[in-house]
Ligand binder design. Sequence first.
Ligand SMILES: Nc1nc2c(c(=O)[nH]1)N(C=O)[C@@H](CNc1ccc(C(=O)N[C@@H](CCC(=O)O)C(=O)O)cc1)CN2
Ligand SMILES: Nc1ncnc2c1ncn2[C@@H]1O[C@H](COP(=O)(O)OP(=O)(O)OP(=O)(O)O)[C@@H](O)[C@H]1O
Length: 206
Amino acid sequence: MENRQSLRLELRQRRRALSPQLQQLAAEHLCKQLSRQPIFLRSKRIALYLPNDGEIDPTPLLHEALRRGKACYLPVLKPGAENRLWFVRFDEHTQLEPNRFGIPEPKADPRKRIRAEDLDMVLMPLVGFDANGNRMGMGGGFYDRTFAFKHQTQNHRPYLLGLAHSCQQVDKLDTEHWDIPLHSIATESQILVASRSHWHRDFILG
Ligand SMILES: Nc1nc2c(c(=O)[nH]1)N(C=O)[C@@H](CNc1ccc(C(=O)N[C@@H](CCC(=O)O)C(=O)O)cc1)CN2
Ligand SMILES: Nc1ncnc2c1ncn2[C@@H]1O[C@H](COP(=O)(O)OP(=O)(O)OP(=O)(O)O)[C@@H](O)[C@H]1O
């Protein structure tokens, strides 16, 4: 546990150390490759996030999704003390306010909310990952709790895609029973995809 916490701090430190130039290149590569993926093209309702703490920036993809007429949603801390997320509709007119972690988010308006079950695709920020598709997040358990319903169903929706910089890959992460399995993980240079029994490198990005 102590190890997990120090690994989390080290990986966060690593991504924060990336220069603005590298961050911008990474965001562009990610957008170029993901915006061609059939799963992205098919998805009508997509959850993304606004980058924080050196996370790989999905906003070019957010703009591409809006341009293609997709409904886009951002995570909002659920009112109350439960460490769950709501997903609230976002477009270029949406006003944002910093949440208690300083991350900009839309107002928690129940009318603009979509149930997590009704999203087609979720782009999830990762702090760390390994080649088996195991993930580490910020440690709040927000995504794990919000998508815990996936343990009870064979339903493939929503498609869960983790995003990270390649420097956030580690040899092996321990898994916990509450961890939500991802369908794939994308970085600026590769996409790792889950098959029935193993993970493979899908292709190397140009
Ligand atoms: N961009 C982005 N948005 C997101 C998440 C995320 O990981 N990235 N989240 C994914 O869950 C949720 C917010 N979860 C977070 C959990 C911890 C911290 C954080 O900075 N923790 C500090 C302690 C801050 C404090 O306690 O005041 C830290 O650990 O240093 C930030 C966000 C919802 N929105
Ligand atoms: N489905 C759940 N129900 C109750 N508690 C949970 C659930 N999922 C995770 N937790 C709790 O959340 C805490 C954080 O879990 P963990 O360290 O795996 O976070 P994380 O996966 O890094 O964060 P996130 O999901 O926000 O990306 C743990 O203490 C765990 O007990």
